[in-house]
Structures are given as C-alpha cells and as structure tokens.
Design a binder for this molecule. Sequence first.
Ligand code: NG6
Ligand code: CA
Length: 507
Amino acid sequence: MSVSIGTSLLTVCAASAKQKTTNESQQKPNVIFLIADDIGYGDLSCYGAKTIHTPNVDRLADSGVRFTDAHAVAATSTPSRYSLFTGHYAWRRNDTGVADGDAGMVIRPEQPTVPDLFKAQGYTTGAIGKWHLGLADRQGAQDWNNFITPGPADLGFDYSYIMAATGDRVPCVWVENQRVVNLDPNDPIEVSYSKPFEGEPLGKTHPELLTKLKPSPNHGHDMAIVNGISRIGYMKGGKQALWEDENIADSITMKAVQFIDTHKTEPFFLYVGTNDAHVPRWPHERFVGKSGMGPRGDALLQFDWTVGQILDALEEAGIADNTLIVLSSDNGPVVDDGYADQAVELLGDHTPWGPFRGGKYSNYEAGTRVPLIVSWPEKVSPKVSPALVSHVDLYASMADLIRQEIPANAAPDSQNQLTAFLGEDEKGRDYVIEFAGALSISDGDWKYITPNNKNAYNALTNTELGNSKEEQLYHLASDPGEKSNVAEKYPDQVARLKKMLEKERNK
Ligand code: NG6
Ligand code: CA
C-alpha cells in the first residue's frame, strides 16, 4: 500500500516537473536590444581593447555569441536605427540622414517595425534612451508643451522614455510617453533649427557661460547653451525640464531597470539606446577620471556600468536565462566629434576602430563594422562567430524567434538569419551592404566601394571617409585594414561585387 502511494506520488511529481520544463521552454523569451552610440569595434575589452576594461560587456560576451563580422546598416545613427527597426535599407530613401532635434518622424506610422512584431505576439514593448528618429509629422511640427504625436506609440512601443535626437542637439529634455517630463507650463519650450531666439545666449557669443564643455572649433556645436554646454540648434524655455548631462546614463539605466522589474512576469521587448559614448561626453562623477582617457574613456566605463545594471536586474527578476540580449552599436567610433574633451590628446594606445580603417562617417570598415553580442543563456552556447550579420536582419530573425508572421511588404531587406544570430550557423549572409558617403558591399572576404566625388577626408573628426573617384576593392581576408586597393588587379571581383550591389539597388 505504502509502496503504491509512493509510486503514485512519484509519478505526480515527475509529471509536474515535466510540465514545468515544457512551460518554461515554451515561454517566449524576453528580448532586449541594447544599442550603444558611437562605440567602436575596438572599444570593448572582449573585442581586444587593452586600456579600457568593460567587465560587464565581457560577462555578456562570455555567456553568448560574440560576432567578428557584424554590421550596422549605416555609419551614422538615424539611418542605422531606421534600418534596425524596419528591416528596410535606409539608403533606399533620401530623407534618413542625421535628424535634427525637431525632425519629423522618419519611420512612418504605417511602416511595420520590430516592436510591432513583438506586440502582435502579446509582448509589452518599450523604448528607452536615444531615439534620433524624429517625432511628429514633419520638421518643427512638434508641440513640445503638449502631447507630441505621432511618436513611438505609433511604431509599436507601449512605453517610451527618450531623448528626441542626440545629446548635442536641442531640445535637451526627456520625453516620456510623448510628453516632456517635468515641464513647467509657465515656461514653455520653443525649438528652432533655423534661427536663434532673441535674448538667449549662444555658445558662439557667450563662451564664458560654457562651464562644462567648449565646442571644438568649426564643428558647429556653438548654439543654444544648456547646462554649461553649447549644442546644435536653438531652444528657449523649459528650464525645469532640462536634463543634466551627468545624469543621462543614470536616467536611462534606471528607467530600463524599472521596465524590467515592472514587466518581469510577462514577455517584453525592450530597446535601450544609450547616450554613451556620443558627444557631449559628460559622465557622472562616479566615472570621472576612472579610465585615464578623459570623458570618452569614462563614458565607455559608464556604458559598461549600464550593461551591468541591466544584467543584474534580469538576474534579480529571475528572468536572465530566458532573456535574449542583442548588444551592439549604431555606428563606428569617432574621437573628436565636436567638443574639446581631450579625447584626442588622451587616447594613448587605444584604438577605438580595432584593426579596421576609418570610423564613424566612413565607407571603410570601421564605419559600420560594429561590436555585436547575442546572449540567451537558456538556448545559446557561448562562442565567437565569424558569421556575416547585419542589423537589417534583426526584423525577420526576431519574427522567426517568436513565430510571428511577417506582414506582406514588410521589412523588404531583412533576411531570416536567426540561426546565425544564435551561433548555430557560422556563415550568415552572402554579403552585407554598407552605407556612409557611398555604398559598399562586402562578402566577408572582398569589399567593393562605389566611386564618388565626395571628400576623402573629414578634417574636423580626422576620419578617412573612404570616398574616391576610383573604384576601390579590398581583400578583407588578407587586408582587414583596407590598406591596398586591388581593383585593377582583380577586375573579376570588382565586376562580381558590382553586379550584386546593382541587383540590390534595383530591387
Ligand atoms: C554630426 C555632428 C556630430 C554628431 C553627428 C550625429 C557636426 C559637425 N557634427 O553632424 O557631432 O552629432 O552629427 O551623430 O554637426 S549620430 O551618431 O547621432 O549620428
Ligand atoms: Ca551614433
């Protein structure tokens, strides 16, 4: 009798244990896109940086797949993020360049987006941090003192807490669920990208008010002064709502941690765009002086801290194992991007671009070859993957991950590369298209850059832009630094890559 009771109890226990495992493995993973700003391939210690230590990013890399040939779609933020969210090449449009702080929303509400996919599967979705994809219908159409619409909610985000553009562009305020946070109605905000407001001091005319950072000569960050730093664009009012630059990373991190905690019992998709290491770099005093490289290095440490806080929050919520994290950067690195923050002087031996040539704004590899780590402890085994992957494929790959059908005509440039993102397939795409001043195409071994008449060099940022009137071909497999143009020597490779690129262009 007792044996029989024991057996049936055992059976019940075994059955419920099995049930539990099935439920757990069937539960949809949470997904976080953690997108850094202007952090280069060589800026993280897991990618070989020696003088900067990023233990939290390394912790993520140790638990996931670290890619060595991953690409952003473009070498600046707006087109890069546009493609990441839509699976549509930004270069197919002529209006996806670096957006002003009062730009209209670049992704149109009717366009299918990554968060739309997640929402259709019952996920709760959130966007926190750097946006830079415009708001409202057209330039200047935002009512900063009321509900700003259309906005992230029209692109599939249930919750949003964003900076409209960049740290160096007005308005310097947080916008939560499409309303400016902490706005005093008696001090309304006005924004203009065409003319200054009478009586408002500018960096250009009142350098004595620049108590934190001064602009580098000739870049143009010498307009509205907010918190002792002059910016691009003009703004008036909203004093109580202005962010403090040293608190930007804390605000983004705190909101992300809160979002994770609030939604830990339901599947969620969270986009976190950090402001680090974009200019103006003015990290919290906890990080000041810690890298020995000035504000740019300190901002890298602050980024690493944000990553650590997010990983800890997932652990504490008990959902780390079933959360898939994609960590990447929107474009390559830049050292002097407009402020006299000693980034050039204090760089030392550090190489933000890793072994590659160029940087942000460049057609050369460092423009779009970015760090990319995919971690999902429950399903993904740690490894380093040489697969050729692109942000543009996240749309179709996430659709497959959560078994969501892709609507007709959605994400036309996105391929399902889920097996590559999960580290199972080490090949990935046949080729990636890179977009800076011109279009380039790389199959991993060879790269072709289209000829053009643009400047070869950006003297302000000290960047080799990779523009040339000549056709350029590089054998990345033996010459990752793109030192020798072998177009004349290998006309067949030029013809092959050109044909592939033309086919894509004409789609
Ligand atoms: C450039 C700014 C640069 C940065 C960039 C956008 C000048 C001379 N430089 O136009 O400082 O703001 O735009 O960077 O204006 S991004 O990473 O958001 O694309
Ligand atoms: Ca950027």
